[in-house]
Unconditional design. Structure first.
Length: 754
């Protein structure tokens, strides 16, 4: 569903030849959750695991699975599910396919015409290329479209809305431009695609077009496919526009698994289905439309790389947009494979990667799928030596992720109670490419994944993947990378299958990948093919093996640790940073409001804005009050105190003994598993109760992008002061519960006081 590196960690490729590296010694450091003796045995286990990995498997599986279209509901999609299940069974996993029946609209009518001031009919198709074998495969192939667009037949003038985010509409309003009754044309980028028609509809637009501008995704970046990796002129980005910030998953069965017998909403009553028609187009199809527009010239930051002057409109370009869809229930096949734990079978260490694509999906998602399969195969090889995991390992190969995280969400909702009792961790991968490690996740796992990254060698630089990321951050001016013992991981918003586990069920989660050195021009097009990927993605599947080494270690360590390797000091450090950001945001809102109100009161608004243009004078805003963040600060101090006590005491106990008995370990694990859940709130976030986590959530208007401390942060952004004050208390209560859990952990192990 998303390009992880570009949107999660934003590590850029940097020249590394001038930086001196010293590979980390990986054999003598302690491991979180392990005694020194257990750590030695664990590293020996991981060395054997590495020896079983074979990149030829990744290449062969990717070629096979991407040979035909494999979107949800396609014949090849089902064939791939059965193939993956058969492989897991062959390796010795207890494997089943769970089927859910989800709403998946497919197009039956797509018409886009420029009708004034001249006529042009959009091509709405991608060409066959001799350099790309599967580009000529048309059976079962979906054309470019946006899933969960509304049906519609509309004609109206065009208005160019830049990226189509709320701030862009404020800019248009300030210039006296109204999109009511018009069709908005937005470029991809700036936010998740589903935000663009959502905001357009809120501002009165009756339709929306989304195009890939070559400045962001095309020849401005470099050579286009098939010469280079960037999007060619007729390439189009398919994708879902389901309103996932309300809730992901099947739109007809919110909170409930979409089984055959589940009660369903009517399509017209489903709040996450878009309310206006929306269509993605290539920049070749967008050029005649934008060229025919007039009106004010777009602000400099709004101008793309097409050979035109960008105008805002409205008109005189007028278009006719007609879309009709088949609103069918479609089977989604989740492959679930389990390796039962020998000591704690009711503790589940979960790994997942989706399997469905918009077309062929050699990169997104099959690159991640085949790396996960090879990881699972190598772990199965370990069992042939007599080794068994202490905890149960669960692999999920998800279907129907692309339309809106349908497969993983329905499975998580259907198994909600069991997962909340047994879920230890969920670790997600998606697509990957060459380059730098990217990690987002729960900050209770930050120390753990840093430790894993120290122990995996980057295949290009022969230093640890941790050292390579650290060097990149230092080159980019990140002073903290020089001094902080752990590199920060990004908080998670949405966009892949960790969402139901973390933000709905409160299970600690990670999202991991590599990238930064391969272009993204195949994204959600028919050119996401084996030919493309083996030229521009990861030609020898070298980083696929690196990903398997990274996630294999993470899986094995959680499955084998003497005590679950969570640590809480990193949590408090990051949440303190988020709180400081929220306090600063409130101060900025106050200063901005006072400045704008002064300009309005003094009559100088037009002059301050731009004396050469016509602007609409805004209404005076209500004053921004002073909020007390003391409840959060006090709760955070309590978490910090208890976390430091637990982290230090457990480290001493693990290193110096005496050993924890099995009952104590089980009790410790049970409380540790509960800490992330303690940070959820049963009533959820305002207006979207499905999202329960109070530290991380996708923003209501950012889609994939994360909002930390979202209940308070978004209330401040919306000037809803009553809600902001309420959610200060909600967040404080969540942190208080986490603090109490951390204290209970110490008591359970008799650790407090050392």
């Amino acid at each position: 569903m998303r390009r992880l590196i570009a949107r999660s960690i934003a590590i850029l490729a940097v020249p590394l030849g001038s930086i001196a590296f010293t590979p980390a010694a990986i054999d003598d450091r302690p491991l979180l959750g392990f005694t020194p003796e257990s750590a030695t045995a664990q590293r020996e286990l991981e060395a054997r695991f590495d020896s079983y990995l074979n990149r030829d498997n990744l290449a062969n599986w990717d070629r096979r699975m991407s040979s035909q279209p494999n979107h949800v509901g396609s014949p090849h999609g089902k064939e791939n599910a059965e193939f993956v299940a058969a492989m897991f069974r062959e390796w010795g996993y207890e494997t089943r396919i769970e089927t859910f029946h989800v709403l998946f609209p497919t197009p039956k009518t797509r018409v886009l015409e420029l009708v004034e001031p001249e006529r042009f009919t959009a091509r709405l198709a991608e060409p066959e290329l001799p350099q790309d074998a599967t580009s000529g495969v048309t059976d079962d192939r979906l054309p470019p479209y946006n899933a969960f667009s509304a049906d519609g037949d509309v004609s109206a003038e065009l208005v160019y809305v830049n990226y189509g985010v709320p701030a862009d509409y404020e800019e248009l309003k300030g210039r006296g431009i109204d999109v009511t009754g018009k069709i908005a044309i937005a470029r991809y980028g700036g936010s998740w695609r589903g935000i663009k028609p959502k905001v357009a509809a809120e501002n009165g637009a009756i339709g929306c077009l989304i195009y890939s501008d070559p400045r962001d995704d095309g020849y401005f970046q470099g050579d286009v496919y098939p010469v280079g990796p960037y999007r060619m002129e007729h390439g189009a980005q398919r994708g879902s526009v389901l309103d996932m910030p309300l809730h992901p998953g099947d739109p007809l069965t919110p909170f409930t698994g979409a089984t055959e017998e589940a009660e369903r909403l009517a399509v017209e009553d489903a709040p996450t289905v878009m309310k206006i028609p929306v269509l993605p187009i290539s920049y070749a199809d967008a050029l005649p439309l934008l060229r025919a527009m007039s009106g004010p010239v777009a602000p400099q930051a709004w101008r793309g790389a097409l050979p035109i002057t960008y105008h805002l409109g409205p008109g005189p370009a007028k278009v006719h947009l007609k879309l009709e869809f088949n609103w069918d229930l479609t089977p989604a096949y989740d492959v679930i494979a389990m390796l039962p734990g020998a000591e704690f079978p009711d503790q589940w260490v979960m790994r997942g990667n989706h399997r469905d694509a918009w077309a062929f999906g050699a990169n997104d998602p099959l690159s991640g799928t085949v790396a996960m399969m090879e990881e699972a195969r190598a772990i199965a090889e370990l069992t042939k030596t007599g080794w068994r995991p202490k905890r149960t390992i669960v692999y999920g190969s998800w279907d129907a992720e692309e339309p809106g995280l349908l497969g993983s969400t329905e499975w998580a909702e259907h198994h909600r109670e069991e997962l909340q009792q047994k879920g230890v961790i969920y670790m997600n991968t998606d697509s990957y490419g060459r380059g730098f490690l990217g990690v987002g996740g729960s900050h209770t796992l930050e120390r753990f994944i840093n430790e894993v990254a120290h122990d995996v060698i980057d295949p290009q630089t022969n230093v640890s993947i941790w050292e390579r990321v650290r060097a990149a951050r230092m080159v980019q001016g990140d002073r903290e990378a020089r001094t902080r013992s752990d590199l920060r991981i990004g908080p998670l918003g949405s966009g892949s299958d960790y969402t139901p586990f973390l933000q709905h069920l409160g299970i600690a989660s990670l999202n991991v990948g590599f990238g930064g050195e391969s272009g993204g021009g195949s994204y959600h097009s028919i050119f996401d093919s084996y030919d493309y990927y083996t030229r521009f993605g990861d030609p020898n599947f070298t980083y696929g093996i690196t990903l398997a080494q990274t996630m294999g270690r993470a899986t094995l360590r959680f499955a084998t640790a003497d005590v679950l390797p969570y640590r809480f000091g990193n949590l408090t450090d990051n949440v303190q940073q988020y709180l400081e950001q929220v306090v600063a945001l409130l101060d900025e809102e106050r200063a901005q409001t006072e400045s704008e109100n002064y300009l309005v009161e003094s009559g100088s608004y037009r002059l301050a804005a731009d004396p050469t243009k016509t602007h609409v004078v805004p209404d005076k805003k209500s004053a921004v009050p002073y909020l007390s963040f003391a409840p959060i600060q006090n709760a955070l101090a309590k978490v910090k105190q208890n976390a430091e006590s637990y982290d230090a005491a457990l480290s001493r106990r693990m290193n110096d003994g005496p050993a924890l008995d099995p009952d104590t370990r089980a009790a410790l694990d049970g409380i540790l598993m509960s800490v992330e859940h303690m940070m959820t709130y049963e009533d959820g976030l305002p207006g979207r109760p499905w999202f329960r986590h109070q530290i991380y959530a996708p923003g209501f208007y950012t889609g994939y992008g994360v909002k930390t401390l979202p209940g308070v942060r978004e209330a401040i952004e919306q000037h809803n002061w009553e809600r902001a004050e309420r959610y200060v208390g909600v967040i404080a209560d969540a942190l208080d519960r986490a603090a109490e859990a951390a204290e209970a952990i110490g008591r359970a192990a008799d650790l407090v006081g050392g």
